[in-house]
Design a binder for this molecule. Structure first.
Ligand SMILES: [Mg+2]
Length: 486
């Protein structure tokens, strides 16, 4: 492990919600909840104001509504978030060629590899400058963790939240980690966490005390070794420029087509177990389970299901794969079967993007779908298909929070819709005060969907750029929008 805190972890603060607040002046300082608004929707991001009510990401939306009935509930705008993400990632790449994005709003950067920092002072300086740049270019805040390893850098950024910077001095890692929950360590998902707890191990110190042999006995060789090393703060994982693994999957081709449905079920179960072993071996967990079936006539289908939270539990993966198999007709024979897990987190935190995306997809609103497609994952898993059927015939949809433009009143966003009406608030990121609200018929010809406006207006002469072309819409105003939330 290096002896300078030159690995940086950036995590934007309440990213989706902060972007919405920056975009919609009337929501600044208010409880904002972004996520799937359908019957099985979950919270993708809650603003800090909403977290006060106990709302947090991955919570079922129905529960959030009970806790915070007066919050603003918005459907995610992935294209918009991605355009901001591109600006942020661009700033990170100015620091080093070694940038490893974990999601739209989170990444590791190896500052030493970029020659940007070599000791504590230079690392702190680079982190502070980055935070200022992000604020200037995007109008949003991000928190920075600095440490000598990825694991500790991530823990540091968590401690820095919101809108802060924490540096963990090399040499202090073990004392810091010791009292923390085992769930803090990468690769400890809910299942592993429970398993350890039943063995009387709840803190990182207790892992170290239990010893490597005991860990291997409890969790198997690969996982046990890896976890023991992490508990001693040994983390040699390098920052890799692009994420190497987007999904972990295994498949088998059969010499003779399998016709027996029971045998197909057993094979799927076996593949699920193998897939989980590989997943755990890599210290990963994931939330989307994928089943691949190639039939006798070479037609290949994939079915996927996105869980509420990431898992590394073989029973959960087995059950999901079995459910997916139920929806596949295998009469005629099967020549190949595969089971995979995607939506990976090397920290067993929710991959909220994947989750929210699945929700948006279910509502027919996914925009930036292509980018996160893992090979073999079919667009719109079983869940999406189901909800689409319920949605009935196509009509004009006005998802809450999405941009619109009106021939007379200009740019605004959908505050709500239903019963043939749509309510729009007319305001833009640089409006100095909350805009006016008006209601229209849902089929009003003067009302059109619109592209999001950039949060920070670009100044003539190529100011606050970052090289990205923002939300794809021309900016109307001038000046810099202040950051939305702290
Ligand atoms: Mg974040």
């Amino acid at each position: 492990m290096r002896n300078a805190p030159t690995i940086l972890h950036l995590d934007m603060d309440a990213f989706f919600a902060s972007a919405e607040q920056a975009s919609k002046p009337s929501l600044r300082g208010k409880a904002v909840i972004v996520g799937g608004l359908g019957p099985r929707g979950v919270v993708a991001t809650a603003s800090y104001e909403a977290r006060v009510f106990g709302v947090h990401s991955a919570m079922p939306m129905a529960q959030a509504r009970r806790l915070a009935p007066n919050a603003a509930y918005l459907v995610p705008r992935f294209g918009f978030y991605r355009s901001i993400s591109d600006q942020v990632m661009g700033l990170l790449r100015e620091l080093s060629p070694l940038v490893e994005p974990l999601s739209l709003d989170e990444a590791f950067v190896d500052l030493e590899a970029g020659g940007t920092a070599w000791d504590e002072a230079s690392a702190r300086l680079a982190g502070a400058k980055l935070r200022a740049d992000i604020r200037a270019v995007t109008g949003l805040t991000g928190s920075v963790g600095l440490a000598a390893s990825k694991m500790l850098a991530k823990i540091a950024s968590e401690q820095a939240k919101p809108d802060g910077l924490v540096l963990i001095e090399p040499g202090t890692e073990r004392a810091l980690l010791g009292p923390m929950s085992v769930r803090t360590l990468p690769g400890v998902g809910p299942a592993t966490g429970d398993h350890l707890r039943r063995a009387g191990i709840t803190t990182v110190d207790e892992i170290a005390e239990a010893g490597e042999d005991e860990l291997v006995r409890l969790l198997g060789k690969a996982h046990g070794h890896a976890l023991y090393a992490m508990a001693l703060a040994h983390d040699e994982r390098p920052v890799v420029a692009e994420r190497g693994t987007k999904s972990v999957s295994v498949e088998d081709t059969y010499d003779v087509d399998i016709h027996d449905r029971v045998r197909v079920g057993l094979e799927v179960r076996r593949l699920a177990d193998r897939c989980v072993r590989r997943l755990r071996g890599a210290g990963l967990s994931g939330r989307t389970i994928v089943l691949k079936v190639r039939r006798y006539d070479f037609s290949t289908l994939t079915r996927s299901e996105t869980l509420r939270g990431p898992t590394d539990d073989p029973a959960v993966v087995r059950e999901a794969a079995a459910r997916l198999l139920d929806s596949v007709d295998t009469t005629g024979g099967v020549r190949l079967l595969g089971v995979g897990v995607s939506g990976l987190a090397d920290y067993t935190q929710e991959d909220l993007f994947a989750q929210a995306q699945a929700q948006a997809q279910a509502q027919g609103q996914g925009q930036a779908l292509g980018e996160r497609e893992d090979q073999g994952v079919e667009q719109g898993g079983t869940e999406a298909a189901e909800e689409r059927q319920q949605a009935g015939p196509v009509e004009r949809r006005w998802p809450a929070g999405h941009d619109v433009t009106h021939a007379e009143y200009g740019h605004g966003w959908v505050q709500g819709s239903g019963l043939g009406r749509v309510t729009v608030r007319f305001e833009t990121p640089d409006s100095s005060e909350p805009g006016r609200v008006r209601t229209f018929r849902a089929d009003d010809v003067d009302l059109e969907p619109a592209d999001p406006l950039p949060l920070v207006a670009r100044r003539p002469g190529g100011g606050g750029g970052g090289g990205s072309d923002g939300g794809g819409a021309a900016s109307a105003g001038t000046g810099v929008t202040p950051a939305a939330s702290g």
